[in-house]
Structure formats: structure tokens, C-alpha cells
Design a binder for this molecule. Structure first.
Ligand SMILES: Cc1ncc(COP(=O)(O)O)c(C=O)c1O
Length: 478
């Protein structure tokens, strides 16, 4: 009786919040919702209300999208969400309803949606100069390059700007091939590196690989600590790379590319000991080691600024995108002066790469990370969230694995813990339920059965509690 009363009160309170913002009672909470309610976890308070939305409805947008956009586009959720506003770790739909964003536009919004410092930097730069290209001087590109280089270990201090992660990986692999004079690249199964010719070749999941020519890449065993044949023994998986070099190439290779935590592949951190052994084999075969930090870099893992650092290696080339712009389209490749020299053999040019608006925004993102100590927050809150998710695993058999670091966490759902049978339909149901309760998480893994929890790094402990309570309730209802 008390539970029922409390739940009614929660729904009514939520409806009042909606009414204050000028939302109709029917949009804020319907009678049926009140009737069907059980105790729903309460989202932490947040002192921001977006302006009223007067734009097209979700249905109108969907109609246009179906007619004028690529048929390959897909949406999360049975009833796709029309996101019209964002503020820090929250998103708002067309009715002003608030959602806790634990996906961050695919691990991209690192310091929070529309962070005021980033918005200000973008606006100020846009008012002065939007675009000029690198054939003229401008301070924005040089300032961001200097700041990025200061975050890198060793001699990694030459920066090339691109517009995306795909482009960054294309450029990195081309430089490795040019520098070494060898074409063979080794990547890891289950990885994702992009969708242009070279990077799709490095990507190693059939559902992301189109049936077009992708040459020169060998895919090594995935040092997958959950499903892999050698468990967490990184050195054993590393032998496969040596065997590829010995039996699949001339003995000389162009390089090796990997994420330290596979993102699209379902938040899978490579087994410990793997990267140091592989880097040794690759370098012995004359190759360069490329770290793809597109998803896992830029403070997200909390313990380190770059995810490769947790493995005690220093790459020859590092690629990045996503978080470095907090949503601005920008990517980068950072390498040593010696390797960078290879691009002087021909003309290399990228019209938008290093654009003043993007680089001014990127610099503001880096400053916010430092000012608000977001790497530390990713570590502290991320560890807390992981512990709470581990607790949930003890309660729900369907959770086969909880993994990751900082604010890059994965929750793998299986219908049988022994067989590790992917819970493909269950995850969709839980994800939908979580959205209905106001929490957005991502989904990935080869079988599509892993929750990807990659929130903005300003996520709080209260947000974590809310997320876990909502996931708990959704799983209980399965
Ligand atoms: C690890 C990794 N590398 C590269 C890419 C490609 O980046 P983009 O989509 O910006 O081209 C992604 C995208 O998800 C990624 O996760």
C-alpha cells in the first residue's frame, strides 16, 4: 500500500515538474502511467529546464528521415527518441522530459552536453573566423596541437588534424606503411577502426565490413578476457601475432593497430600483458605500433589519460577523435617528428582538418577536463559505478560479465552463464524499459548483447545510483 502511495507521489511530482515547464498533463504523465506505476527510482535533481520546443514532432522527423536519408540509418528504441536539448549529463526530448545520458553520443560528449566554456569558445571563434585552411596562419590550430602534444608520452609531439576517427586511422596506417615500406598491418578480431577502405580492412567484425576490397590486414586472436580461449593470459594471445608475422607475411610488417579497450566490440579491455608482448614482436618485424584512442582516450578510463598507458606501452602513432571535441567533428593523429616526415614525400592536405572553430573548441574541452578534474571524476565515480554494477551481477544471473575502467564500462547479458549465450532480445527489452524510466545506455558487442555505459565524465555518484537502480528494476521485470 505504502509502495503504491509512494509511486503515485513520484509520478505526480514528475507531472508537476512537466507542468511547470508548460508541458501538458497528458505529455507529463498519463492516467494509465499512474495506474500502472510501481516504485520507480527517482532521477537526481538538476537545476535546468530547456526552452519550450516548437519544432517538428518525432513522427514528422522520422517521415523525412525515411524519405530523404540513407536507408542504412537505424535508431535505438521501439519508439525512437527525439532529442532536442542537452545540458551536461542530461538530454531532453521534445516534451521537455529529462533523460540521464549514459552513452554520451557514443563516448563522445566528455565534459558534458553544451558545456558553457566549450560553447563560448566555439561561438567566439565562429564570430572571428570560421575557416581559412592551413595555407594561412591561425593560432587556434597551433594552440590545440601544442596542448595535445603536452598530453602525450615520449617523442609523440607532431599532430595532424582530421575530421573523424576513421580518417585518423586511415592516415595512421598510411604513415606506418610509408615509413616501414611494408604493407601488412595486423589488427585484432572484434575491433572497430572505421569505415573507409583501409580502416574497414582493420575493423574485424563482419557486421561492420562491406563486401568490397579490403587488403593488407591480418586479424589476430582477440585477447578477450571473457570469451577468449586463454582467459586473461595476454602473453598467450600475443603469440598469435608472432605467428601471423612468421607464417602470414614476409617477416616484415607495416604495423599493428588496436584499441586498448574495444568500444564497439563491447567494452573489452585487452588481456594484461598482451600489448607489451605484441609491441615487441611488431617492432622486431620492423613495424610501427598504432594505438586507436578514438573511443577510450582523453581521460575516459580515469586511471590514465590514454587507455594504452594502463598497459605500460608507448605507441609510435596515436589516433583520437570523439571525446577530443566533445561533439565537434575533429580527429587527430599524433606521432614522432621522424615518422611525420613521410608525409613530405607528396602533398598531403585536408580542407577542414584543424579548422579554427574545431580546434578552438578542442582546446576548450581540454581546459575543462583539467579545470574540473574530470579524469579524476571518471576514476572515482567510474569505479563506484563498476562496483555497483558488479553488485547487480550477483543479483541477476542474466549479467554474465561487468568490465571496463573509469567511465567506459560494459555489462554483458547472457541467458546461460556457463554457455555464455548472448541475451539478444532481452537486452533490447531492458534497454527500452530503462529509457522509459529515464536512462539512456548504449549497446554493442559482436552479438549486440553488451550494455555500453560511457557517460559524460561529469557523471555523479547519484547518477550512478539512479542508473543502477533503474537497470535493476528493468532486469527484475524480465
Ligand atoms: C575505436 C574507434 N576507432 C575509430 C572509430 C571511427 O570513428 P568515426 O566514427 O569518427 O569515423 C570509432 C567509432 O566508433 C571507434 O570506436
Amino acid at each position: 500500500m505504502m509502495r503504491r502511495f509512494l509511486s503515485r507521489r513520484l509520478i505526480v511530482l514528475n507531472s508537476h515538474e512537466g507542468l511547470r515547464r508548460g508541458i501538458s498533463r497528458s505529455a507529463a504523465a498519463t492516467a494509465t502511467e499512474v495506474e500502472n506505476a510501481t516504485i520507480t527510482p527517482k532521477m537526481p535533481p538538476f537545476d535546468y529546464a530547456p526552452p519550450p520546443y516548437n519544432g517538428p514532432s518525432a513522427a514528422d522527423i522520422m517521415k523525412k528521415r525515411l524519405e530523404f536519408l540513407s536507408p542504412s540509418l537505424f535508431c535505438f528504441y521501439k519508439k525512437p527518441l527525439n532529442v532536442v536539448d542537452g545540458k551536461m549529463q542530461y538530454l531532453f526530448d521534445e516534451d521537455g522530459r529529462r533523460y540521464l545520458d549514459a552513452f554520451a553520443g557514443i563516448a563522445t560528449v566528455c565534459c558534458g552536453h553544451c558545456h558553457p566554456d566549450v560553447v563560448e569558445a566555439i561561438i567566439n571563434q565562429t564570430k572571428r573566423l570560421q575557416h581559412s585552411t592551413v595555407v594561412y596562419l591561425n593560432h587556434a590550430i597551433a594552440d590545440f596541437a601544442e596542448a595535445l602534444a603536452s598530453k602525450m608520452p615520449g617523442d609523440l609531439k607532431v599532430v595532424f588534424f582530421t575530421n573523424s576517427g576513421t580518417e585518423a586511422n586511415e592516415l595512421a596506417m598510411m604513415m606506418a606503411r610509408l615509413y616501414t615500406g611494408s604493407q601488412d598491418i595486423i589488427s585484432i578480431r572484434n575491433s572497430y577502426h572505421g569505415n573507409a577502405a583501409g580502416s574497414m580492412g582493420a575493423t574485424a567484425q563482419s557486421n561492420w565490413k562491406f563486401n568490397v576490397i579490403q587488403t593488407g590486414v591480418h586479424h589476430a586472436l582477440n585477447p578477450d578476457q571473457y570469451r577468449g580461449v586463454f582467459g586473461s593470459d595476454g602473453a598467450k594471445y600475443a603469440k598469435d601475432v608472432q605467428e601471423i608475422i612468421d607464417f602470414g607475411t614476409s617477416g616484415r610488417v607495416g604495423g599493428f593497430i588496436s584499441e586498448a579497450i574495444q568500444g564497439v566490440g563491447g567494452i573489452m579491455e585487452l588481456a594484461p600483458g598482451y600489448l607489451p608482448a605484441v609491441y615487441k614482436s611488431i617492432r622486431k618485424a620492423g613495424g610501427l605500433c598504432i594505438a586507436d584512442e578514438v573511443q577510450s582516450g582523453f581521460a575516459r578510463t580515469g586511471s590514465h589519460f590514454w587507455s594504452f598507458e594502463a598497459h605500460g606501452v608507448v605507441p609510435d602513432i596515436v589516433t583520437m577523435a570523439k571525446g577530443i571535441g566533445n561533439g565537434i567533428p575533429i580527429g587527430a593523429v599524433v606521432t614522432t617528428p621522424e615518422i611525420a616526415e613521410v608525409l613530405t614525400r607528396r602533398s598531403y592536405f585536408n580542407t577542414f582538418g584543424g579548422n579554427p572553430v574545431c580546434t578552438a573548441g578542442g582546446l576548450a574541452v581540454l581546459r575543462v577536463l583539467e579545470k574540473e578534474r574530470l579524469q579524476e571524476n571518471a576514476f572515482v565515480v567510474g569505479s563506484y559505478l563498476k562496483d555497483r554494477l558488479k553488485g547487480l551481477q550477483e543479483k541477476h544471473d542474466i549479467i554474465g560479465d561487468v568490465r571496463g575502467r573509469g567511465m567506459m564500462l560494459g555489462v554483458e547479458l547472457v541467458t546461460d552463464r556457463q554457455l555464455k549465450t548472448p541475451a539478444k532480445s532481452e537486452i533490447l527489452h531492458v534497454m527500452n524499459q530503462m529509457k522509459e524510466m529515464g536512462v539512456l545506455v548504449g549497446k554493442g558487442g559482436f552479438y549486440g548483447n553488451v550494455f555500453r555505459v560511457t557517460p559524460p565524465l561529469c557523471f555523479t555518484k547519484e547518477d550512478s545510483d539512479f542508473l543502477v537502480d533503474v537497470m535493476d528494476l528493468a532486469l527484475s521485470r524480465l
